[in-house]
Design a protein around this ligand. Structure first.
Ligand code: ZN
Length: 351
């Protein structure tokens, strides 16, 4: 073990405490031994030669099992590497590389509103439905089976460990299938549209309670109680995160519509707002203009309309995305690397 990852851990801990004392984050927690185990190496602690990675204090280079097809490891000049072990026992290496700012994409002349769902991944205001990836259901069923099997074993036993590995592998498969389809979808969306409008889904709130309270009943209760709820919820947050950074890369405008906007209950044709619309109602007819609506498509059209208004109020071509807590973290992480004040957080701790 070289000194670099150990020092990096201290830096991360420093950032965590700095965020805590600044009121940006909760008190740092200890990391689980069974979770992801990342080790961060800075430039002094590794070498890349002929596409092989030599870590400090290691006799032999790391052998890569596989990489992205379009990436040649031999051509990389990373500024940092992160070696991590996932809960299922697989090892990964992530490289940080300096890259040119991407060119903004040519104007597409199109705007789109997106209604995110659970049965379908997304419904677009164009009428297109983007389904969840194939086999996701089957993978999710496997995951459920392995989790059940794990629950029947004695904690701390060898059988528990084996079952845990299998459950972790099943979870990885579900997660990867979902992430892959999210990446394909978000890339296509930012390529094809200048303005992309989505609902502001309160992802943290969604995971808290499916049923909600009597005063504020939960949305999509049935689906949210489904078998791969955690994966789906994570997918929605990831969808937005990808859209944010890809919109910024391509010079697109991302509009996040207020989540209290009654997109589902408003007629996209005449603007009539229904008093109520039950969760199970997939189709309805507007009492004012008699237009027949598909619930998700109607919502997507309203989101596009709201996004259009918001986009007009911004200077054209300016990529906009709200800064989430993740972005704030990344910024403070970078600034904590600069000299001066580096150990302020630790000093505070010692008092
Ligand atoms: Zn109407």
């Amino acid at each position: 073990m070289s000194s670099a990852p150990l020092q990096q851990v201290l830096r991360h801990q420093h950032t965590a405490f700095a965020n805590f004392f600044a009121g940006r984050a909760a008190y740092p927690r200890f990391k689980s031994r069974n979770g992801k185990q990342p080790a961060h190496d800075t430039r002094s602690a590794f070498r890349m030669r002929d596409g092989r990675l030599f870590l400090a204090k290691q006799q032999a280079p790391l052998a890569f099992v596989r990489s992205f097809d379009e990436t040649d490891p031999a051509a990389l000049d990373p500024t940092a590497v992160v070696v991590s072990r996932e809960p299922d026992g697989r090892w990964y290496v992530a490289f940080a590389v300096e890259a040119e700012d991407p060119q903004p994409a040519p104007e597409a002349g199109s705007e789109v509103g997106i209604d995110l769902g659970v049965t379908d991944l997304a419904t677009l205001s164009t009428g297109e439905r983007i389904a969840n990836p194939r086999h996701l259901e089957r993978k999710a069923r496997n995951l459920k089976r392995y989790r059940r099997r794990m629950a029947r074993t004695t904690p701390g036993s060898a059988n528990r460990n084996t079952a845990k590995k299998k459950a972790a592998a099943a979870h990885r498969k579900v997660r990867h299938a979902r992430t892959d389809s999210l990446h394909r979808t978000t890339t296509r969306l930012v390529r094809e549209h200048d303005v992309i409008a989505i609902e502001d889904l309160n992802v943290r709130g969604m995971t808290a309670s499916a049923a909600g309270t009597v005063e504020a009943p939960g949305k999509r209760v049935r689906q949210k109680a489904g078998l791969n709820r955690s994966v789906l919820d994570a997918g929605l947050g990831e969808f937005r995160r990808q859209l944010e950074y890809k919109a910024r890369h391509y010079g697109r405008t991302l509009i996040v519509v207020d989540r209290w906007y009654p997109g589902s209950k408003t007629c996209s044709h005449c603007g009539h707002v229904l008093d109520t619309l039950s969760l199970g109602t997939r189709r309805w007819t507007c009492p004012a203009c008699r237009t027949r609506h598909d619930r998700d498509l109607n919502a997507a059209k309203n989101i596009r309309a709201a996004g259009r208004v918001a986009a007009r109020e911004r200077p054209p071509g300016e990529a906009w995305a709200p800064l989430g807590p993740r972005c704030a973290n990344m910024r403070s992480l970078r600034s904590s690397h600069s000299r001066g004040g580096e150990y302020a957080g630790l000093a505070e701790l010692a008092q």
